[in-house]
Design a protein around this ligand. Structure first.
Ligand SMILES: CC(=O)N[C@H]1[C@@H](OP(=O)(O)O)O[C@H](CO)[C@@H](O)[C@@H]1O
Ligand SMILES: [Mg+2]
Length: 541
């Protein structure tokens, strides 16, 4: 390591004095103008991680659903998964080292992680469409090069596309070709093959309106349209001509429980929204009375797992299927999955890395956050078995096995992917001849409300039991328990956000009014007992 060169380069990416940032649920995220030093340093760290794992490492510059002025960065590990937790700590240390300590911090990390500094390093970089992203990704490249790493800059990519590239490169192309054309080709081939099995493909099933959040998803879906069969007509809205994530996108639709701006919705039309970096998807429609119906990640998980179970039943294989959710999953979905569909359901902490990890325990692990981030993981053994059966079996069984094989290829198993999930869902709806209304009717969501509370230091709240119980500050959980008791079918929990400087409050109950009122009361308890700042929470929404 040429520490002098690093220190010299770092001076042009100087860290603002005293600024402390944390590698959170999805990497670093804050206002774009405070991130230059973090980008440079994540370039350095990616080189160390690449040397240590002897693999290609990814760096994605994005702040997903956050406002346009924010930005962020996260590292992608060798198989396309999120960075290992011990390296998240290294990332936090490195990002927060004062200028004069940077070289020392780098040496400490490479010693602690036993990095062979003579090993070659290769880093791939992607970025979203934010105005700040290009400059910030140049700072990442600066960090990579000063530590002697090689790199490939993919430029504009969705987050899941970057995860895909990393996975392809580290599996010697086995997962797919590490190019944008390779990605479109793999997904569209699987989609076409899967859709061929659909007997009914009436027009009503085949038009989909997509709100692209004015983000990278618009660009990439536009490119991909040329690869898709004519049978599926995808109409793009919020296609990047207006402000990113502004009154649109999956996060807006899910948290406000209303349609995005900039999309023309007629009664019963099937619509969906991507988020700003296209790793989440939410479906919805308005009925003839003008009522809005949200089909979130929980219902997506339900549709997908019931389809997978049917195919497994058809081929007569007893592979294990598990569904992984977080505490934000609607209570009705968990009940439906466990009691009606008889699939085991597990709850993990918020953040894809936790769900992904748990889902790896099953032959087929379905994981979705309620906000629409998720995918299905197939174990190596299950994948091999399915591919073998697809060759051997005939007739109905053979058809089911081939469909499962196509499903394996259609899912982005590196991470949740709005484009890939959209194609899976469209294929399933067509294959099963289901309308969006029939899908929606599988179960009825319990009314719920999510709120944010500002506190001086959100880390004063710590939780346990997959974030469903507060441990600290003392007394807060008891207060929540007392409030929950006042309502029917009720549940509430609070946790510090990993991406925003807020405490999140979630409540559900038998009516919207009760869910709203429980959420408000719990917010007030948080404000009073966990050091609330600014305006007190107010009732009414
Ligand atoms: C309630 C909620 O939706 N939380 C989101 C949000 O995390 P927080 O830690 O809650 O800020 O952003 C994460 C990254 O995109 C996503 O994984 C997660 O589900
Ligand atoms: Mg996202």
């Amino acid at each position: 390591m040429d520490l002098d060169a690093i220190t010299k380069h770092s001076a042009s990416h100087a860290k603002p004095d005293g600024l402390i940032l944390q590698y959170g649920t999805a990497g670093f995220r804050t206002k774009a103008d405070r991130l230059d030093h973090v980008m440079f340093r994540m370039g350095l760290l990616a080189v160390l991680r690449s040397k240590q794992t002897k693999s290609t490492i990814g760096v994605m510059v994005t702040a997903s659903h956050n406002p346009e002025d924010d930005n962020g960065v996260k590292l992608v590990d060798p198989l396309g998964e999120m960075l290992a937790p011990s390296w998240e700590e290294h990332a936090t240390h490195l990002a927060n080292a004062e200028e004069q300590d940077l070289a020392r911090a780098l040496v400490a990390i490479s010693e602690e992680a036993a990095v062979n500094l003579h090993q070659d390093a290769f880093v791939v970089i992607g970025r979203d469409t934010r105005p700040s992203s290009e400059k910030l990704s140049e700072s990442v490249i600066d960090g990579v090069t000063v530590l002697g790493g090689q790199f490939h800059d993919y430029g504009l990519l969705t987050t899941p596309q970057l995860h895909y590239m990393v996975c392809c490169r580290n599996t010697g192309g086995q997962y797919g070709e590490a190019t944008i054309d390779g990605y479109y080709h793999k997904l569209s081939t699987a989609f076409v093959e899967l859709s061929k099995q659909a007997s009914c493909s009436g027009d009503d099933h085949r038009t989909l309106k997509v709100d692209c959040a004015n983000g990278i998803g618009a660009l990439k879906l536009k490119e991909m349209k040329h690869y898709l069969p004519q049978g599926l007509s995808v109409q793009l809205f919020n296609d990047g001509t207006k402000k990113l994530n502004h009154f649109c996108g999956a996060d807006f639709v899910k948290s406000h429980q209303k349609p995005p701006e900039g999309i023309e919705m007629k009664a019963n039309e099937r619509c969906c929204s991507f988020d700003g970096d296209a790793d989440r998807i939410i479906y919805y429609y308005c009925d003839v009375d003008g009522h809005f119906h949200l089909i979130d990640g929980d219902k997506i998980a339900t549709l997908i797992s019931s389809f997978l179970k049917e195919l497994l039943l058809e081929i007569g294989e007893s592979l294990t299927v598990g569904v992984v959710q977080t505490a934000y999953a609607n209570g009705s979905s968990t009940r439906y999955l466990e009691e009606v569909m008889k699939v085991p359901v597990y709850c993990t902490k918020t953040g894809v890395k936790h769900l992904h990890h748990k889902a790896q325990e099953f032959d087929l692990g379905v994981y979705f956050e309620a906000n629409g981030h998720g995918t299905v993981l197939f174990s190596k053994a299950a994948e091999a078995k399915i591919r073998q059966l697809a060759k051997e079996l005939e007739d109905k069984k053979g058809k089911a096995a081939k469909m499962l094989e196509n499903v394996i290829d259609l899912f982005n198993q590196a991470t949740g992917d709005a484009i890939s999930d959209m194609l899976v869902i469209e294929a399933i709806l067509a294959l099963k001849g289901l309308t969006i209304q029939q899908w929606d009717a599988l179960y009825t969501d319990l009314p719920n409300r999510q709120l944010k509370v500002k506190v001086a230091d959100r880390q004063v709240i710590s939780t346990t039991d997959a974030e469903r119980q507060v441990v600290k500050p003392p007394g807060l959980q008891e207060a929540i328990n007392d409030l929950v008791k006042k309502y029917k079918l009720s549940r509430a929990f609070v946790r510090p956000s990993g991406t925003e400087d807020v405490v999140r409050v979630y409540a559900e109950a038998d009516s919207q009014e009760n869910a709203d009122s429980l959420a408000y009361e719990v917010s007030l308890a948080v404000f009073q007992q966990a050091g609330g700042v600014g305006e007190r929470p107010q009732p009414g929404f």
